[in-house]
Ligand binder design. Structure first.
Ligand code: HEM
Length: 500
């Protein structure tokens, strides 16, 4: 074969390329289907921009991982990145010094003073999740979303979400806006950056984006200033990302707005992903009830009725394998976040040109038969039985759910542990049954192979399905009520409880 051709892919129209073929929604399914015709690497163009799709993990490890020095940029998002975010959202930044600076600050922000300090937050909120399931069984999905939001809110702003519902409404509004504006095709200027050369009068979208920036800055800025005020009154004694940034503001060389956006970004990137994974667990529990039974017997045998804590993670290999399997089987970010290639490159027999947008189809990678045996099947045992056992770090290995190389998710350890404690607590306390689906008149089957069962585009979750989460016994329901009652009595000191 002659070398150095372009990666194969569907032939598109002149100028428009394949823009009319690529579906605007759930594109990871379409990209996987293309793989059946063209192989694991596929390329095409969209209005002049080259796009490379990676459907197999080993290619992503090579390109986005080993060659990270040139594959770590992001496509240029003029509307959402340059104007709406004023380059303060690190997730949209091209690779370079500004990104490195903000990623370093982000790491610093997540660095807890005390080992295990987040465990208390995660366990308190997981207890609240089980309590909510008891008292609001009709709100199964909402209870899980509330869990993830309350957790990130407490870590980011050092106080409980309860009683601060207005904040949650504002933050979710800001997330909704930004999500809306990054959708493919949302703004022509993102496909044709030359339009950014137009003067304001011919580019009314610019004003619109700047207003969005102002609105979001008021929300995130207000929350960050409030932390500063509470710190000065000696009123933030718990874990708090924002307080940590204020304390190091000079050393980290951050202006006030950057601090506000770093904490806001943690919320944007961390809440929907965490709840998305816990919700995919619900789908797995309905489709593979025997795995939940095995996990529960393991817990009962080892913990003797006690509710699981994060410190039990290594003693519960099947449960930990189950959580890892959730991260593989139902990735919350199925098409990753696009990377961009900074220089011409060659790979295998192919030429990949500078500026190519590289999409890691994480969902296809996780369902690739050459990588995993029977990938369609939810099977926790594929992760157990290794001699070294499973620990917190191994939750992050063997799959691609947290992305790649220099853009790998900086919140992955926190996210994986939050997903773990929520899932094992739910298994410990509740039976999960499918409810009758009104259209089919059969028990719901939220099969992830059907695009109809997915909600969301960048950050996803299973579309809501009828499910019942019922306490497994009156003793377990009582234990949850008792635990929550004693935690609530601690008031603001709730997260200071020594982890027993
Ligand atoms: C189970 C939960 C989570 C999942 C599945 C997840 C997944 C991902 C993925 C796939 C990416 C894209 C990586 C790439 O471009 O290659 C990403 C990026 C990111 N994540 Fe997460 N994430 C989770 C939780 C979190 C949490 C809790 C935080 C913050 C506290 C967070 C913060 C971020 C940030 C800031 C980025 C952008 C990094 C960059 O552009 O350099 N994530 N995440």
């Amino acid at each position: 074969k002659q070398g150095r051709g372009l990666v194969p892919g569907p032939r598109g129209l002149p100028i428009l390329g394949n823009v009319l073929e690529v579906p605007a929604t759930k594109a990871w399914f379409y990209f996987r289907t293309l793989g059946k015709r063209f192989g694991p690497l596929i390329s095409f163009s969209i209005v002049g921009e080259r796009v490379l799709i990676l459907n197999r993990g080993s290619d992503a490890v090579e390109l986005l991982g080993k060659r990270a020095s040139i594959y770590s940029s992001r496509p240029n998002l003029v509307f959402a990145g340059k104007y709406w975010s004023q380059n303060r959202r690190l997730v949209f930044l091209p690779y370079g010094d500004h990104l490195k600076h903000l990623r370093a600050a982000f790491h610093h922000m997540l660095q807890s003073r005390n080992a295990g300090a987040y465990d208390v937050h995660q366990e308190v909120e997981a207890c609240k999740l089980t309590y909510d399931m008891l008292i609001k069984p009709e709100d199964v999905f909402l209870n899980i979303k509330r869990y993830a939001s309350a957790l990130i809110y407490s870590l980011a702003y050092g106080r409980r979400l309860e009683g601060n519902d207005e904040d949650l409404k504002n933050i979710l509004g800001a997330i909704f806006d930004i999500d809306h504006h990054v959708r493919p095709g949302a703004h022509l200027v993102d496909s044709l950056p030359i339009l950014d050369k137009l003067p304001d009068v011919l580019a009314p979208w610019r004003k619109h984006a700047l207003q969005g920036y102002k609105r979001t800055t008021a929300i995130y800025g207000g929350l960050a200033k409030d932390v500063l005020q509470r710190v000065s009154q000696g009123d933030v004694s718990t874990e708090c990302f924002t307080a940590r940034l204020w304390a190091q503001q000079e050393k980290l060389n951050l202006d006030d707005e950057s601090i506000a956006y770093l904490a806001g970004t943690a919320f944007e990137a961390g809440a929907g992903t965490t709840s998305g994974e816990v919700l995919w667990f619900l789908a797995a529990a309905v489709l593979y009830p025997e795995t939940v039974k095995i996990a529960r017997s393991e817990m009962d045998a080892i913990l003797h009725d006690r509710a699981p804590m994060l410190q039990d993670l290594e003693s519960l290999p099947y449960c930990t394998g189950l959580v890892k399997e959730v991260l593989r089987w139902g990735p919350a970010v199925p098409a990753g976040i696009p990377h961009r290639l900074d220089r011409d490159d060659t790979y295998q027999d192919y030429r990949i040109t500078e500026g190519t947008t590289v999409i890691a189809n994480i969902w296809a990678m996780h369902h690739d038969e050459e990588t995993y045996d029977n990938p369609k099947v939810f099977e926790p045992r594929r992760w157990t039985g290794q001699e070294s056992g499973l620990n917190r770090a191994s939750l992050l290995e063997g799959h691609f759910g947290f992305g790649f190389g220099r853009r790998i998710c900086p919140g992955r350890a926190l996210g994986a542990a939050s997903v773990w404690i929520a899932i094992v607590r739910l298994i410990w306390a509740f039976d999960i049954h499918p409810d009758i689906d009104e259209t089919t008149q059969r028990p719901a089957r939220p099969d992830p192979y059907n695009p109809e069962n997915w909600a969301g585009e960048l950050i996803t979750e299973p579309r809501e399905f009828p499910v019942r989460v019922v306490p497994r016994s009156e003793e377990h329901a009582d234990a949850i009520r008792r635990e929550w009652d004693s935690l609530s009595e601690l008031g603001d000191g709730i997260y200071r409880r020594p982890a027993e």
